[in-house]
Design a protein around this ligand. Structure first.
Ligand code: ADP
Ligand code: MG
Length: 679
């Protein structure tokens, strides 16, 4: 029986109540507990002399109790204990609250290690409620776990210790022997014991490296299995380059980066037997749409149809309008196909697509439904691809006779992560913005200054500009979206924007109504658009100069960057105002990062670092599972795990032989949370 099938309630000291708390941490079984790796470690051996302490530091001191602990009662039946300790360099006061046993635990004249935060008050420096241990215990490095209210570190530590004792003497290692050897990895049992209770720093490093390697290896194998589609043959050839005549028609000169992207695509589709499989990565506003339009034109002029899939109705609609304008007078027939169209209109559109009477089809995921049949699909493009799961993407690729595939992403993905997620894609980076853009100035304020921000928005609107306001999320739940948008907009309409046209956009609206509101905003019939995050992707209104985001702390950096990308798209100086009163969870660090840089790649790196890859995209749709330990900054381990994955799949493409069967089980377990099925 697997330890993942043994509930944690079998562990001594964990009853139903504690089990509920552990469940909150995602730990339900003994196996889960063993893979609940520490967030950090406390190193009791790194001792600081008392004379060197600074207020605010979290430190370990090794000191002798200079006098017996004295306890006094304070209001409410609580009490406070004080102790004075000293080392060779000086004295320090310790303070404990409501700990009845403290005087029996600490003996005058004895030496202890104390760990805690040092703070200065009117009596000088003191350490508040430190943890302590005898210097002789030998456990220098202790684990620090992520906790939830009601569970303290000590309880988790004890439970983990107990769980580890349930491991069999000899643990079957899913990683084949020769791979362990080749990369100098320690055995699984050693890794599991030392990741939690390392005997020394070296053992901890070894354990970490081994577990990171394993998780990356399993992730790699899973992603590769998921897209075993990889390189098929295609008969779709586009020998003649028609892009120049299209580019010449555009109202602007393409940037160098845009031109390079077009050339890459044309080369990919030329006379090769394998289809194009390319990702274009370009920051918001870098002009990916124009590149796609050129690719679509090229495709049509070579006698094929092109499909362009967008993640939302609004975006599909907007691309449809942009394309209709760009292709005006070329004779190319553009078709829109979205979920909100009437069944009759959808049917008619599909008939034209199947009959080859539409050249470029723009739509939402409706495009990939089975009933859409293309007469002669040459190229399938997916916009804002991180919004789609791996499965949806490959369904579009399955239309037609292995069409060329192009995916666009405005979420700059750190290269390391990109290698895993898009292992089989070629990548073009558009690293240049169209000329004339000014950087969006970002301000981070607390709600105290909201009125000033609103006054600033009024001023901008008076000058003819427009603003987006992403409303606060008032409550959780199904209708929260609607409630918060409506209430907040009402407040603004009655207050700060009494005399201004305010529009509302939220996820619960009918697609047609959303489009109507967006259309009004585009025409500047609405000055201030209050919305939930539905404005996040893609929309393009050049006259909008302010993006104000309430409760900015609830968004990941990448989402904030996307939202900010809605402004600064024209020639006007633009502003992004982040409102948050939240402290903790790195909020200050995250929001300050937004103020510091407009560089999407830098933001993506920071986002990945702060949130971990599992939350990186803000949802699970990308098909990337929640990871326990993997660290993408360790590029060497990353590269090695990739090499190992390739090697293993070369030997056994479906991981079915004796050596690799255990790894396959690990892959299945890791991906079980993503909704992707791996058999
Ligand atoms: P994204 O890469 O975020 O999808 P878009 O394709 O929506 O960006 O382009 C952003 C805006 O920049 C659009 O209004 C588009 O017309 C404009 N644009 C694109 N390329 C250029 C260019 N080379 N010169 C000037 N403006 C451009
Ligand atoms: Mg776009």
């Amino acid at each position: 029986m697997s330890l993942y099938e043994i509930p944690i309630t079998t562990i001594k000291g964990i009853g139903e109540k504690k089990a509920v708390l552990f469940k909150k941490l995602g730990v339900g079984s003994v196996g889960d507990l063993i893979s609940y790796y520490p967030r950090a470690y406390d190193n009791w051996a790194a001792v600081t002399p008392i004379a060197d302490l600074q207020s605010g530091d979290r430190v370990v001191i090794k000191a002798r109790l200079a006098a017996a602990v004295s306890t006094t009662r304070i209001s409410g039946g609580r009490f406070i204990s004080r102790a004075s300790v000293c080392d060779d360099s000086g004295y320090l006061n310790l303070v404990f609250f409501n700990n009845r046993y403290i005087d029996s635990m600490l003996r005058c004249g004895e030496e202890y290690c104390f760990m805690g935060k040092v703070q200065r008050d009117k009596y000088g420096l003191q350490m508040i409620s430190p943890e302590f241990t005898s210097p002789k215990t030998g456990d220098d490095i202790t684990p620090v776990y992520n906790l939830t209210a009601g569970l303290n570190n000590r309880v988790v530590m004890k439970a983990v210790k107990e769980a580890l004792s349930m491991l069999p003497e000899v643990i079957r290692d899913p990683i084949p022997e020769d791979i362990l050897e080749r990369y100098g990895l320690c055995p699984l049992g050693f890794a599991l014991r030392n990741i939690h209770f390392p005997s020394d720093t070296d053992a901890m490093e070894q354990a970490r490296r081994r577990l990171i390697f394993e998780e990356l290896l399993v992730l790699n194998l899973g992603m590769r299995l998921l897209k075993s589609r990889s390189r098929q043959h295609t008969s779709v050839r586009m020998p003649a380059d028609h892009t120049q005549e299209f580019i010449a028609r555009l109202p602007f000169e393409l940037t160098g980066a845009q031109k390079r992207a077009v050339v890459d695509c044309v080369n990919d589709m030329k006379n090769k037997t394998s289809p194009m499989n390319r990702l274009i990565q370009g920051d918001v506003g870098s002009g990916k749409t124009a590149v796609c339009a050129a690719v679509c034109y090229h495709c049509v002029k070579n006698g094929y149809q092109a499909a362009f899939m967008a993640p939302t109705e609004i975006l599909a609609q907007q691309h449809f309008e942009t394309f209709s304008r760009m292709f005006d007078g070329t004779g190319v027939r553009i078709e829109l196909l979205t979920g909100s169209m009437t069944p009759a209109n959808k049917r008619k559109a599909r008939e034209r697509i199947e009959a080859g009477e539409s050249d470029i089809v723009i739509g939402t995921h409706t495009l990939v439904s089975e009933s859409t049949v293309f007469a002669k699909l040459g190229c399938a493009i997916t916009d804002e691809q991180h919004r789609f799961g791996v499965a949806q993407r490959s369904r579009l690729a399955a239309k037609g006779e292995h069409p060329h595939i192009l995916v666009l992403s405005a979420t700059p993905i750190p290269r390391t992560l990109g290698l895993i997620i898009y292992g089989d894609l070629d990548i073009t980076v558009i690293d240049e913005l169209p000329p004339g853009r000014t950087e969006v100035q970002t301000l981070y304020i607390t709600s105290e200054k909201r009125n000033r921000a609103l006054a600033f928005i009024r001023k901008q609107v008076d000058e003819g500009r427009q603003a987006y306001i992403v409303c606060p999320l008032v409550e959780e739940g199904d209708d929260a979206d609607l409630q918060s948008a409506n209430d907040y907009a009402a407040e603004l309409m009655l207050g700060a924007f009494r005399n201004y046209p305010v529009g509302i956009l939220h996820g619960k609206m009918k697609p047609r109504d959303k489009e109507a509101v967006m259309a009004q905003f585009s025409k500047n019939e609405i000055s201030i658009l209050v919305s939930t995050t539905v404005v996040e992707v893609g929309v393009d209104v050049k006259n909008a100069t302010v993006m104000m985001i309430e409760n900015a702390e609830r968004f990941g950096l990448s989402t904030l960057h996307q939202l900010r990308g809605r402004v600064g798209r024209g020639a006007y100086k633009s502003y992004c105002i982040l409102v948050s009163d939240h402290t903790g969870d790195n909020t200050e660090q995250r929001l300050s990062t937004m103020c510091r840089t407009n560089n999407g790649f830098e933001i993506a790196d920071m986002d990945l670092k702060l949130r971990g890859p599992g939350d990186f995209f803000g949802n699970r749709q990308h098909g990337l599972p929640q990871l326990a330990i993997a660290d993408f900054s360790d590029t060497q381990t990353l590269a090695q795990s990739q090499e190992a994955a390739e090697h293993l799949l070369d030997v056994s493409p479906d991981l079915s032989d004796d050596e690799t069967r255990a790894l396959r089980a690990e892959v299945r377990r890791l991906f079980s949370t993503t909704g992707e099925t791996l058999n």
